[in-house]
Design a protein around this ligand. Structure first.
Ligand SMILES: Nc1ncnc2c1ncn2[C@@H]1O[C@H](COP(=O)(O)OP(=O)(O)OP(=O)(O)O)[C@@H](O)[C@H]1O
Length: 267
């Protein structure tokens, strides 16, 4: 049974249809990729699922619960967390504090609890710190616990964002271009981490990614968007060999080389 069910999702900006009647299903404990040329509507699609934008049409449910109309923080509470295409850490806070802040969404103490440092606040703070340490350990960043986020190597900043997303104990995590700017070794580490997120934590993963080698070797299923519409869907080898997908990429000139080379002939 699907964990996430998106039906007929549509979003227009003025005269531009950024996401056009997209239906998308994500089985529980799967790793799914959403790919497509620049401007295809991938990030808008994530923004619709996470409550940043409201769709013009369509439905979204997670495990049978309707998510339409929820605010982004309510979507997190419902079990979906995400990372962003551009790193969004608090640079002058430590790695641990960045994760504690992510955990804050889940905590119950309010403003006055914090001001008065009530028992509830202290309990929540300790719980957030414990979770942050577990997550730092999980993504392999324990040594950076007290380091300012801005001082971490680029690939580790991306991992820290993932740790922050996981700290909300989601059922589904959406990763927007997690390998962007990573070198090949960092990308290999990331691949292993994403597998562990699914295998060890039981969290379902959907990623937007341009690195075709990563997409083809990691995903169970791939959805291809083009001009806002779903162009293709299937197993990696099916999508790779779909003439419509090749045309969408080959039509981009320089991207043709990128697709052919990165995907590799025998993946
Ligand atoms: N808030 C907005 N207002 C107007 N147009 C928008 C807005 N957000 C996205 N768009 C447009 O919608 C289209 C899809 O953009 P989107 O960022 O979702 O594509 P993408 O597939 O994520 O691209 P990329 O791979 O380059 O990140 C683009 O034409 C973009 O300019």
């Amino acid at each position: 049974m699907s964990l996430l069910n998106v039906q007929g999702m549509t979003k227009t900006f003025g005269g531009l249809t950024a996401v056009n009647d997209v239906t998308f299903q994500v089985p529980e404990r799967s790793i799914i990729s959403v790919i497509g040329p620049n401007g295809a509507g991938k990030t808008t699609f994530f923004n619709l699922i996470t409550g940043i934008y409201t769709p013009d049409r369509g439905s979204i449910d997670l495990g049978g619960r309707n998510l339409l109309g929820l605010r982004p923080d309510q979507v997190v509470d419902a079990g979906i967390s995400r990372t962003f295409q551009n790193i969004r850490l608090f640079p002058s806070m430590t790695a641990e504090e960045n994760i504690m802040l992510g955990r804050g969404v889940r905590l119950k103490s309010g403003f006055w609890d914090a001001v008065l440092r009530s028992g509830r606040f202290k309990h929540d703070e300790q719980e957030a710190r414990d979770t942050a340490r577990i997550m730092l350990d999980f993504v392999g960043l324990s040594k950076w616990r007290n380091e300012l986020a801005t001082n971490l190597p680029y690939g580790d900043q991306r991992k820290l964002e993932i740790a922050r997303a996981l700290a909300t104990t989601p059922r589904l995590v959406l990763l927007d271009e997690p390998a962007a700017g990573m070198n090949p070794r960092e990308t290999e580490d990331l691949k292993a981490l994403i597998r562990r997120i699914r295998d060890d934590l039981g969290v379902t993963v959907v990623l937007i990614e341009h690195d075709m080698r990563l997409v083809m070797t990691l995903s169970e299923n791939i959805t291809v968007l083009n001009y806002g519409s779903k162009l293709s869907e299937g197993r990696p080898h099916e999508v790779r060999n779909d003439p419509a997908v090749m045309e969408a990429y080959l039509g981009r000139g320089a991207a043709a080389g990128e697709y052919g080379k990165e995907a590799g002939p025998n993946v």
